[in-house]
Design a protein around this ligand. Structure first.
Ligand code: NIG
Ligand code: FE
Length: 389
């Protein structure tokens, strides 16, 4: 049995509103003890017990490791030229995905795994202790299956996204591609995936095609996630809610009926402000969603086209500055919200029984994540009580 403890935590943000002040459940002058990688005790620093390994936090803030519930880390190449053109006026469109598909198909398995490993360790250094990883840049049976094997090498939260865009070779027969995704591709990919996802958008898949794919995936035992309402206000949010998806992601363009549907549902709205930042889009209405009672998560959407960043601290800053969340709400959305999006009850919150995934800030409060944007404030990262960053 190994007992690890952290004491003299100036501000412990538990992300459990029942454990302390505000939506982040803040406890001051706190200590935490973990036994064999799980949190066993939270209490005042003055009652810190004897432990095997002790960390004196000297008044620093601590919070749960970030849970990034939306990443696309399996790809090759980059699209810096596309970004450059976008910054001088060329709009973002779903079609750019095909550039990365060509590079991904040409890459070896080792290159795909190395890219996923590079991005997951980049995320870890910035405090992300749980990630989701999608396929979606292979778009053949073989390339999607090997993309998921690469995703599995960095996380158990793997998502089959064969329905990312219709590949060029199927451009004039998209329904044949949907048949492939629902049939042979799903059969080959399901053993490597926990989730299935569809990009519902003009230029990608419509609601009828998405329904077929999501129902086939559900029948195979996969949980559902959806990319919806990113570029236009379509039917994706309502379809995701109807099918009981765990999460509907982006939610940039929403009507009142979309918000109402989400509010009465078990579907989390996973917002990805990095995509809006990097495509010069308007931002998702996070504050309206939160006030309507929707469970909100924020995630990086790390991908080479619309959001080439792994930084959850940046997502917190954007959610506060651009989306109207308070710092406490934004940090909750990046931790407990991400865990809800992945239907996980073992991460995202500092509470007895949860995995001891903790981060320390070189700052006295979580507020500094938004107040000091762009500054590398994460000074310590522990996963299951092991120091990993
Ligand atoms: O989440 N929207 C679809 N997929 C990604 C973008 C992928 C790309 O542009 O390569 C996203 O933004
Ligand atoms: Fe995405």
């Amino acid at each position: 049995m190994t007992v690890v403890g952290w004491t003299n935590i100036g501000e412990l943000a538990t992300a459990d509103p029942t454990a302390g002040e505000g939506p982040l459940g803040i406890v001051r002058d706190a200590a935490v003890v973990a036994v064999d990688g799980r949190i066993a005790w939270i209490g005042p620093a003055s009652e810190f017990p004897d432990v095997d390994v002790s960390h004196d936090m000297a008044g620093a803030a601590m919070l749960p490791g970030f849970v990034d519930a939306h990443m696309h880390p399996v790809f090759a190449g980059d699209r810096a030229a596309e970004f450059d053109a976008r910054m001088t006026g060329t709009p973002y469109s779903a079609g750019g995905i095909r550039t990365t598909v060509a590079a991904t198909r040409a890459a070896s398995d080792e290159q795909l795994m190395a890219n996923a490993a590079r991005l997951s360790s980049e995320a870890l250094r910035q405090g992300t202790t749980t990630i989701e990883a999608k396929s979606g840049y292979g778009l053949t049976v073989h390339d999607e299956a090997r993309s998921l094997v690469a995703a599995r090498s960095v996380t158990d939260e793997t998502t089959f996204l064969g329905a990312h865009v219709v590949p060029a070779e199927y451009a004039d027969r998209p329904d044949d591609y949907v048949d492939l995704v629902c049939g042979e591709m799903l059969d080959a990919c399901a053993p490597h995936a926990r989730w299935a996802d569809v990009f519902i958008e003009r230029g990608a898949f419509d609601a009828d095609q998405a329904r077929r794919i999501l129902e086939a995936a559900k029948a195979k035992g996969l949980g559902l996630r959806v990319h919806a309402n990113q570029l236009t206000q379509g039917d994706g949010v309502r379809l995701a809610v109807e099918l009981g998806a765990a999460s509907v992601d982006h939610c940039t363009h929403l009507g009142d009926d979309d918000i109402e549907a989400l509010a009465g549902s078990g579907t989390v709205a996973t917002l990805v402000p990095g995509a809006e930042f990097s495509t010069r889009s308007t931002y998702a209405p996070a504050r309206r969603l939160w006030d309507a009672g929707v469970t909100v998560a924020i995630a990086s959407d790390c991908n080479p086209g619309s959001s080439y960043t792994t930084s959850m601290p940046l997502m917190v800053a954007l959610a506060v500055r651009e989306m109207g969340l308070s710092p406490a709400q934004a940090v909750w959305a990046a931790t407990a919200g991400g865990a809800a999006s992945l239907r996980r009850d073992d991460v995202g919150v500092v509470a007895p029984g949860r995995r001891a995934d903790l981060i320390a800030l070189d700052a006295p409060s979580h507020v500094h994540l938004a107040y000091r944007p762009g500054v590398p404030l994460v000074s310590g990262v522990w996963r299951a009580a092991d120091r990993v960053g």
